[in-house]
Design a protein around this ligand. Structure first.
Ligand SMILES: CC(=O)N[C@H]1[C@@H](OP(=O)(O)OP(=O)(O)OC[C@H]2O[C@@H](n3ccc(=O)[nH]c3=O)[C@H](O)[C@@H]2O)O[C@H](CO)[C@@H](O)[C@@H]1O
Ligand SMILES: C=C(OP(=O)(O)O)C(=O)O
Length: 507
């Protein structure tokens, strides 16, 4: 077996173990070997005999290795269909990954109910399992997480860690874990440079020191203290706020964070931490006051809230196909500006009365799209930190503007690359003009037409292509959809429940 093949088999083995929700130790016990042998196999440092692969396949009850090249998954879309019916919004990717990281603060068992089972979550679960955390999928989407007394940070699954940016959110929870350790560089979508400097600036306030080496950060952690501290974030970023909150949550003193993000995932994290007994004042505002607890050992179950970005995606499916579709469980606090903007463009929407999410806090509504005639927004559409139009919802306006009469300017000041990927809509008949890396004009209305397109390396632009394909008459193909699966669970199946015709295929 070549080194590359051994590494690939190692990844497949790790995936199969992840599906079972087993730690390396549990698989080792089933196989009658040591945890370190499993770690070597998964890292591709050990050639596996066919006999060993057969034994593993018997244990997992399924095939692990198929002969041939690793297969990518693609989607085939029969477009031009009118959609109808109702579909629920799932819990959010961004709260999910933060809560997984935060669970390390708790010595008791955390059960995350209805967690989105998406690739981004899978990567963080793999990272947690590689450092000894027991993660067990109970039924469908409920994940039980139990950390060991001591985490094995040296065994961290680098491959999984490098595929997600969210791994950076381990710094806060790990603050008092180990004096020195390495954290792989964070990866994720290719949206241009995304600095981690704001994280460093925030965590330095707690005494953490991080040195960037080649491919990893060398972290030197401070010893625990009970000081009060107060600082301002240089950026009102979501994950940096979460990292600072998580650091403060297991420090005895009181921490005041100013210019904090009040966004949805930050609120969800705060609700969970409050469940652990951490005092947090100012949830949903830009000033948070946190009084932590140095020892947290709580049995807790928590329901992450519904995803405003998934809500926007599903609403876009209704609008682009000019259909009447009901999107249930829309977190309205985080969608108000988006809905107001759509109404200004002439989109008719029915919005139900409010009800409460399973986390007991977030306000939800059902939104029904009605067939409408749209006109381009008069002013540019641009995002702002919450409470502004969500940056991750901005790309969907490129698809919607495609259906509108006239010219719309969309200004993505946040990401260097994301607007560029939206020009791929032109392959489907869109008329998107790139003015500079941050601004596009969308001219409409568009007669969407079928095409074969490879997914750009960015989740939301890739999802936009899929949504436009729903409106394009004929058969489209969207290739290599890992990037979509990073953020959406069973999106194709769920679109099919409201009348789309999307199928998976491999070649
Ligand atoms: C796991 C997770 O929760 N990911 C979300 C989080 O990523 P995350 O919190 O990691 O976002 P970043 O810190 O990368 O910020 C995104 C970009 O916005 C810029 N920036 C941000 C805040 C600010 O006040 N000024 C500023 O210029 C940053 O420099 C960066 O270029 O927030 C992003 C922005 O909402 C979302 O797209 C991501 O989906
Ligand atoms: C940019 C996104 O997320 P991440 O921070 O995980 O890259 C996104 O969800 O669109």
């Amino acid at each position: 077996m070549t080194q590359a093949a051994a590494e690939h088999v190692g990844l497949l083995l790790r995936d199969a173990r992840g599906e079972k929700g087993w730690t390396q130790g549990q698989l080792a016990a089933e196989l009658g070997t040591s945890q370190s042998a499993i770690a070597r196999m998964e890292q591709g440092k050990q050639n596996l005999s066919l006999k060993m692969i057969e034994r593993l396949e018997t244990i997992f009850g399924r095939t692990i290795v198929k002969v041939g090249k690793p297969q990518m998954t693609h989607l085939r879309v029969e477009g031009g269909r009118t959609l109808s019916g109702a579909v629920d919004v799932n819990s959010s990717k961004n709260a999910g990954v933060a809560l997984l990281c935060a669970s390390l603060i708790n010595r008791g068992t955390t059960t995350l109910r209805r967690l989105a089972r998406i690739e981004e979550v899978n990567r963080i679960v793999e990272v947690l399992m590689s450092i000894g955390v027991e993660c067990t999928w109970l039924n469908g989407n409920d994940l039980r997480i139990r950390r060991p007394e001591t985490l094995d940070l040296a065994s961290m699954d680098e491959e999984a860690a490098r595929r997600t940016r969210s791994v950076i959110m381990l710094l806060g929870p790990l603050l008092d874990e180990s004096e020195e350790y390495h954290l792989p560089y964070a990866g994720g979508c290719d949206l241009g440079t995304r600095t981690v400097e704001p994280h460093m600036q925030a965590l330095r306030q707690f005494g953490l020191s991080v040195e960037a080496k080649s491919g990893f950060y060398a972290v030197t952690a401070p010893s625990a203290d009970s000081h009060d501290r107060s600082f301002v974030l240089t950026e009102r970023g979501d994950t940096v706020t979460e990292n600072a909150i998580m650091a403060a949550a297991h420090r005895e003193g009181t921490t005041v964070i100013r210019n904090a993000s009040p966004n949805y995932m930050v609120q969800d994290l705060c609700f969970y931490l409050q469940g652990l007994g951490v005092e947090i004042d100012g949830v949903g505002t830009t000033t948070l006051k946190i009084t932590g607890r140095p020892a947290i050992d709580v049995e807790i179950e928590y329901f992450p809230s519904e995803d405003p970005i998934e809500a926007m995606s599903l609403i876009t499916a209704g609008i682009v196909t000019n259909s009447e579709v009901t999107i249930r469980r829309v977190p309205i606090e985080f969608m108000e500006i988006e809905l107001a903007m759509l109404e200004q463009m002439g989109q008719q929407l029915d919005v139900s009365g409010e009800y409460t999410a399973r986390n007991g806090r977030t306000r939800l509504v059902d939104v029904t799209t009605k067939p409408s005639t749209l006109t381009a927004a008069k002013d540019k559409i641009h995002p702002m930190p919450f409470p502004g139009l969500n940056i991750d919802n901005l790309p969907f306006f490129a698809v919607i503007a495609g259906n509108a009469e006239g010219q719309t300017m969309i200004h993505d000041w946040v990401y260097e690359n994301r607007a560029i990927y939206l020009t791929e809509l032109n392959k489907l008949g869109g008329q998107v003009q790139l003015l500079d890396p941050h601004r596009i004009y969308v001219n409409g209305p568009t007669k969407w037409r079928a095409a074969e397109i490879g997914c750009p390396p960015a989740l939301r632009p890739a999802a936009c292509l899929l949504l436009a394909m729903l409106a394009a008459r004929g058969t489209s193909e969207l290739r290599n959809i890992y990037v979509i699966e990073r953020g959406y669970e069973d999106l194709a199946e769920r679109l099919n429940t409201i009348g789309a015709k999307v199928e998976y295929f491999q070649d």
